[in-house]
Design a protein around this ligand. Structure first.
Ligand SMILES: N[C@@H](CCC(=O)N[C@@H](CS)C(=O)NCC(=O)O)C(=O)O
Length: 196
């Protein structure tokens, strides 16, 4: 097989790459759990950044989801992202990064409501980003094939993960809930759903 993706079943960064790869043809998915010693050692031995996902193409390793996307877009002649789409992707990735940090801090025992200034700045970023994305999200139509692309795959993976990990409260973002509902059968979504 041409591509091997190293990730985990729950990582939203890995999931968006799994969704995209599933639309491009067969690929191998190697799931690791970096909280376990053997997998942690393996990850450190192949990626100095010590993060997933990683795409292996023959002997070549590609480390970051955005770089993996750029490589696949070039190789498979995917439509070039406009600057507006790049900005949305940056915003989604920033929300994902912030939310993962909050999740990891909470898992490590930190009280996210203690008023810590760093944590408060992290928390502030999420509604800012969701409000920024909201007008665009309202225009998305799941019947329109072009609306299922790397940017919307990224948004889907992020929102699903955020709710699943109870780090994201979408009660005031109905358009985001609607987006999750409308795109739940989009290509690659069902087969990449994290195990309960
Ligand atoms: N910038 C990276 C971020 C990837 C990332 O944050 N991955 C998380 C899992 S969702 C990770 O590997 N965390 C391990 C750690 O930091 O200990 C990308 O876009 O691929």
């Amino acid at each position: 097989m041409k591509y091997t993706l190293i990730g985990s079943f729950t990582s939203p960064y890995a999931r968006k790459m799994r969704i995209l790869l599933s639309t491009l043809g067969p690929f191998e998915f190697k799931s690791i759990n970096y909280l376990e010693q053997a997998d942690s050692n393996f990850l450190k031995s192949i990626n100095p950044i010590n993060q997933i996902p990683i795409l292996l193409v023959g002997d070549t390793k590609i480390f970051d989801s955005r770089v993996i996307y750029n490589y696949l877009a070039k190789t498979h002649q995917l439509k070039e992202l406009t600057l507006e789409e790049e900005n949305r992707l940056s915003a989604i990735d920033a929300a994902m990064n912030t939310s993962i940090n909050l999740f990891s801090l909470r898992r490590g025992g930190l009280d996210l409501n203690s008023g810590n200034t760093y944590v408060e700045r992290q928390k502030e970023r999420i509604p800012l980003i969701l409000n920024y994305l909201s007008p665009w999200v309202k225009t998305l139509n799941s019947k329109e094939p072009a609306h299922w692309n790397f940017v919307t795959m990224s948004l889907y993976s992020y929102l699903y993960w955020g709710e699943f990990r109870q780090i994201l409260d979408l009660s005031e973002f109905h358009e985001m809930r609607l987006f999750l509902e409308n795109f739940k059968d989009a290509p690659g979504v069902i087969e990449t759903t994290p195990p309960a």
